[in-house]
Write a protein that binds this ligand. Sequence first.
Ligand code: GRF
Length: 194
Amino acid sequence: KRVAVLISGGGSNMLALLRDMVGDHSGRAVFVGSNDPSAPGLVRAAQMGVAVAAVDHRAYGRDRAAFETALLEPILASEPDILCLAGFMRVLTPEFVRRFEGRMLNIHPSLLPKYPGLHTHARALAAGDAEAGCTVHEVTAELDAGPILGQARVPILAGDTEADLSARVLVQEHRLYPAVLRRFASGDRTRLDL
Ligand code: GRF
């Protein structure tokens, strides 16, 4: 399966996916795109020989559709079978999502359905939760609400700061996302709980 990945920043999840797809895997990375031309992840993906492109969302003001039309061009040119959002921080329109319905994944840094949206770790800490984690789900028109494909849990420890928790969850993201993509690329939709 041809896999395209969208990032907005460092792309640590994208790197974990690309590294896992080297060698025996049903998926092959064919493209990495970003809404931010300065995203460090773009350089790292290019160094790994993957086609990259950036479409600066700021050049399109509030015209979300125009931004997505521009971003779609290099995505479609790579002819992906699967589209993975990995630290991609732009909300996509239902029209964009519909094009990839059933073959578009995202990783979200909370145990969905708890804490959709932003600042997930701060909210878990504020709520006094005993545990936190991350979720890989299919992307649907509703934000952070598609079918769950996998989750990984971590304990919240006394004295944890948001940075402590974020770092602990990120380690699990780098385990969970590649494992879920392996299953998904081989046609296996069974949920994975790490
Ligand atoms: C991670 O917390 C991820 O869960 C969220 O974006 C953050 C940065 O991800 N979606 P990355 O390092 O850019 O992959």
